[in-house]
Design a protein around this ligand. Structure first.
Ligand code: NAP
Length: 287
């Protein structure tokens, strides 16, 4: 059976690693908060004490971490990935970060003789559980091929976009669109409700036309029911908008709507909604 490492067992990572285990791969895991490794260990995954131990013991290691700070700490920190990476070993960072962070990690891994691929994903908790993510890889081609059997257990569409940074850029573009869509959707629902329209009627009309999409269909009912249990935590959505706005700065592209969405999500974080689903942006309109 194939052997993989997996670092970072949050909402996404735990579901992705579970699919590797269920497919019969031998998986070595680590998570900062050890309790999140328990369920996977019970399913047969092997626990390591540090990220260093994971990459030392596996030819290819996947990571799924919160943000640039988390990705850097796991790579560069004490007992981190860099201390364990060696000749030929592969590190595949699937976290959503900015291209510069991904490039810094990639350069450091390669300097130690390892190989690096970034592979952020599109798709939320449910696609992670179902193994139907869209995987946006970029970097080492050989590692891409070697990681493919693992990718195929986690995703339904897997693409290679070029040099390290291109996967991160694609991911930020896609999520920036998603953040703006959610902000407008919630604004429309809040406006309609305040004007006295039934939420179900609004959802029905939107769902019947050219604006219908799976995200509105799924989140619309949950927002109506005020169910904001996190599938995609709001704090991560704001992080992605912040990084997209920074990418806009870098390339000189004005991002008027997305900058406004970033401020909205930042306000929702400040209001204490960061750990709820990103659809909890709706609550800022209810206050
Ligand atoms: P999550 O549930 O918040 O998990 C974050 C993970 O990062 C946890 O394992 C956490 O460890 C770890 N972490 C955070 N800071 C750390 C640090 N300083 N050192 C070591 N580990 C650290 O988030 P998620 O939803 O799984 O998302 C993970 C990544 O995927 C994010 O970049 C997110 O933007 C992206 N993403 C998410 C979705 C989604 O729908 N949820 C979809 C696509 C992409 P602890 O358990 O110890 O906190």
């Amino acid at each position: 059976s194939q052997k993989f490492g997996f670092i970072g067992l949050g909402i996404m990572g735990s579901a992705m690693a579970k699919n590797l285990v269920k497919a019969g791969c031998s998986v070595t895991i680590w998570n900062r908060s050890p309790e999140k490794a328990e369920e996977l260990a019970a399913l047969g995954a092997e626990r390591a004490a540090t990220p260093c131990e994971v990459v030392e013991s596996c030819p290819v290691t996947f990571a799924m971490l919160a943000d640039p700070a988390a990705a850097e700490e796991v790579c560069f920190g004490k007992h981190g990935v860099l201390e364990g990476i060696g000749e030929g070993r592969g590190y595949v960072d699937m976290s959503t970060v900015d291209p510069a962070t991904s490039q810094r990690i990639g350069v450091a891994v390669v300097a130690k003789g390892g190989r690096f691929l970034e592979a952020p994903v599109s798709g939320s908790k449910k696609p992670a559980e179902d193994g139907t993510l869209i995987i946006l890889a970029a970097g080492d081609r050989n590692l891409y091929d070697e990681a493919m059997p693992g990718f195929e257990k986690m995703g339904k569409k897997i693409i290679h976009l070029g040099d390290v940074g291109k996967g991160a850029e694609m991911k930020l573009v896609v999520n920036m669109v998603m953040g703006g869509m959610m902000a407008c959707f919630c604004e429309g629902l809040a406006l309609g409700e305040k004007a006295g329209l039934a939420t179900d009627a609004i959802l029905d009309v939107i769902g019947a036309g050219a604006m219908a999409n799976p995200m509105f269909a799924l989140k619309g009912g949950l927002i109506r029911d005020r169910n904001f249990a996190p599938a995609f935590p709001l704090k991560h959505m704001q992080k992605d908008l912040r990084l997209a706005v920074a990418l806009g700065d870098r390339v000189g592209q004005p991002l008027v709507a997305s900058a406004a969405a970033n401020e909205l999500f930042k306000g929702a974080r400040a209001a204490g909604f960061g750990d709820e689903d990103f659809s909890a942006i709706f609550k800022t309109y209810e206050r």
